[in-house]
Design a protein around this ligand. Structure first.
Ligand SMILES: Nc1ncnc2c1ncn2[C@@H]1O[C@H](COP(=O)(O)OP(=O)(O)OP(=O)(O)O)[C@@H](O)[C@H]1O
Length: 299
């Protein structure tokens, strides 16, 4: 079944006057959707509104036709949420914790619950660890238990806030692959992150938030296209390198026999010995962040 979220003219102004979301318009369909932006961009504010933990100041959000502010019961039954600072009760074992989450989600029949908990533990690769204290699991395992509790109620919309922060690369990849697998099951997964790599490898669509405003929506590939002709590979002497470092955002620097081979993101590199190379999403993100926002006309 198709799932759909529409967000119209969404604003959030905190009581102290902080305007955290400014006229956000967005449509999200089945699959994995990446919400990318630097710290303070408004990602968590948007997530908290979507999971009904916070009211918007104005605007309309609909999920499969249900209105976020009027149909809270229906909306909540569709949602699974993994917050950024997810914690466990220290005394619970892994399966006890998931059983508890299942009860909270309204699964009353204990036999059915046990089946669902075991199945979910298998799915997230924690069945072997089911008797371990949840608190003693590794960082990656804790995140996987976090996603398990978000999924136990078969939600149609799964919202995951900064899920890979603090994970080592192997755990990060494993977690991303898990989300990718889930995203094929007729659900929407919204993944909020400031880590570009989380988006490029797994999301079909994305949005870029900056200072509360939506600066880009589309596929990661469409964002990359915007940086075409803006990424340069320069062969520089030591003195040039220092100069270039002052002028442009340097993406990478590799020493070689003639000095440095440097990647920079810039509209042009007057006078230096360099040529354009194909951009990737990280380049595009840096280009976007460094450019004047006016060049990136809001959609
Ligand atoms: N409870 C609050 N009261 C006042 N201002 C807030 C509150 N929560 C967030 N803000 C402000 O709103 C803006 C957006 O914050 P938000 O946490 O949504 O951004 P974010 O993109 O999730 O960043 P981070 O990754 O750092 O959490 C920031 O300027 C922040 O200081």
């Amino acid at each position: 079944m198709e799932v759909k979220i529409t967000i119209e003219n969404l604003n959030k102004v905190y009581p102290n006057g902080n305007h955290a979301l400014k006229d956000v318009n967005l449509e999200i369909n089945n699959g994995m959707f990446g919400l990318l932006g630097p710290n303070g961009a408004g990602k968590s504010s948007l997530m908290r509104i979507l999971v009904t933990l916070m009211q918007p100041s104005s605007g309309i959000v609909k999920m499969n036709g249900y209105d976020l502010t009027k149909d809270r019961e229906q909306i909540r039954s569709m949602l699974g949420y993994l917050p950024q600072d997810f914690r466990f009760f220290s005394h619970l074992k892994t399966y006890e914790f998931l059983d508890y989450a299942a009860r909270l989600a309204g699964m009353k029949n204990s036999k059915e619950r046990k089946l669902a908990v075991d199945k979910m533990l298998e799915e997230v690769g924690l069945f072997e660890a089911r008797d371990r204290k949840a608190n003693n699991l590794s960082g990656g395992m804790k995140r996987r238990l976090g996603i398990a509790q978000a999924l136990i109620n078969n939600p149609k919309i799964i919202i995951v806030d900064e899920p890979t922060t603090g994970l080592d690369p192997e755990e990060r990849i494993r977690f991303r692959n898990l989300l990718s697998t889930i995203s094929t099951q007729d659900v929407i997964i919204i993944l909020s992150t400031h880590i570009v790599g989380d988006i490029s490898s797994s999301c079909t669509d994305m949005a870029l938030l900056n200072q509360g405003g939506l600066a880009f929506t589309g596929s990661p590939d469409e964002l990359v296209v915007r940086a075409e002709g803006k990424v340069w590979l320069i062969q520089a002497t030591e003195a040039e390198y220092l100069e270039i470092n002052e002028k442009y955002p340097v993406i990478s620097n590799v020493p070689n026999s003639e000095g440095w081979e440097i990647q920079v993101v810039a509209d042009s590199i007057n006078g230096y010995n360099g040529h354009n190379i194909a951009p990737n999403l990280e380049h595009a993100y840096v280009y976007f962040m460094e450019s004047n926002l006016n060049q990136w006309t809001a959609i």
